[in-house]
Design a binder for this molecule. Structure first.
Ligand SMILES: Cc1cc2nc3c(=O)[nH]c(=O)nc-3n(C[C@H](O)[C@H](O)[C@H](O)COP(=O)(O)OP(=O)(O)OC[C@H]3O[C@@H](n4cnc5c(N)ncnc54)[C@H](O)[C@@H]3O)c2cc1C
Length: 193
C-alpha cells in the first residue's frame, strides 16, 4: 500500500539484531481506506495468492541461506589457511579442516536442493514440498556453517570487525522469515501423505 495513504502512519522503528538493512516499523491504521488501484492480485483469491508467494519466498530464502553459508565458508577457509598456531596453519589440524569439509559438503547439498525447487517452479510443476525442504535444510545448514565459521576464528570470531560475527547474527533471521523451521516441518509432514 502507498505509504502516504490517508489513515496510515508509521510508528516506532524497531532495533533489530539482523536484517538491519530493511527498516521495520510499527504500522498504525486509523480508518484507513485504499484506492481501488492499490489492489494486488484477484479479489477473493488472497489466501491462495499468499501461499503461492510464500512458496516462491521459501526458495529465495533457501538461496540467501546458501549464499550466506558460502560467505561463512570462504571467510573460515581463508582464516584457517592464514592463522598459525603451534607452528602450523590451523587448517592442517583435522579438528579445523574437517569442519570446513562438512561445510563445503552441506553447502553443495543445500545449493542443489534450492536449484531443484527453483527448477520445478520455473517449469510450473508442484514445488511446495521441495520449497520447504530447501528453505528448512539451507537455513539450518547456514546456522551450523556460521557457528563453525565463528569457532574457526576463535576469539577474533567474537569481534565485530570480522564479518563472521555479523553472519552469525544474520543467519538466525533465515530460520524465522517465510515460515519458521517448525512451520516448514509442519508443511513437510502434511505433504508426506
Ligand atoms: C524483520 C522481519 C521481517 C520479516 N519478513 C518476513 C517476510 O518477508 N515474509 C515472511 O513470511 N515472514 C517474515 N517475517 C517472519 C514473520 O513476520 C513472523 O515473525 C514469523 O512468521 C513467525 O511468526 P511469529 O513471530 O508470530 O512467531 P510465533 O508464531 O509466535 O512462533 C513462536 C515460536 O513458536 C513456534 N510455533 C508457532 N506455531 C507452532 C506450531 N503450530 N507448531 C510448532 N511450533 C510452532 C514458531 O516456529 C516459533 O519458534 C519477518 C520477521 C521479521 C522480524
Amino acid at each position: 500500500m502507498p505509504k502516504d495513504s490517508p489513515g496510515f502512519t508509521l510508528g516506532k522503528k524497531y532495533d533489530k539484531m539482523a536484517l538491519a538493512h530493511s527498516a521495520t516499523h510499527e504500522c498504525i491504521f486509523e480508518d484507513c481506506r485504499l484506492p481501488r488501484d492499490a489492489f494486488l492480485g484477484k479479489e477473493g483469491k488472497g489466501f491462495s495468492q499468499h501461499l503461492a508467494a510464500l512458496q516462491t519466498g521459501r526458495i529465495s530464502i533457501g538461496a540467501c541461506s546458501v549464499g550466506l553459508a558460502q560467505a561463512c565458508f570462504e571467510a573460515a577457509l581463508k582464516y584457517a589457511r592464514e592463522r598459525v598456531q603451534f607452528g602450523k596453519p590451523i587448517y592442517s589440524y583435522q579438528g579445523v579442516s574437517f569442519k570446513l569439509a562438512d561445510m563445503a559438503m552441506h553447502i553443495e547439498l543445500g545449493r542443489t536442493m534450492v536449484l531443484k525447487a527453483a527448477w520445478l517452479k520455473d517449469n510450473n510443476l508442484p514445488h511446495a514440498l521441495e520449497a520447504s525442504y530447501a528453505k528448512l535444510y539451507a537455513s539450518e545448514m547456514c546456522e551450523r556453517c556460521a557457528s563453525d565459521a565463528v569457532q574457526i576464528h576463535g576469539g577474533y570470531g567474537l569481534m565485530n570487525e570480522y564479518p563472521v560475527s555479523r553472519y552469525y547474527k544474520q543467519c538466525k533471521a533465515l530460520q524465522i522469515v517465510e515460515g519458521t523451521s517448525e512451520i516448514q516441518r509442519i508443511v513437510i509432514s502434511r505433504n508426506l501423505g
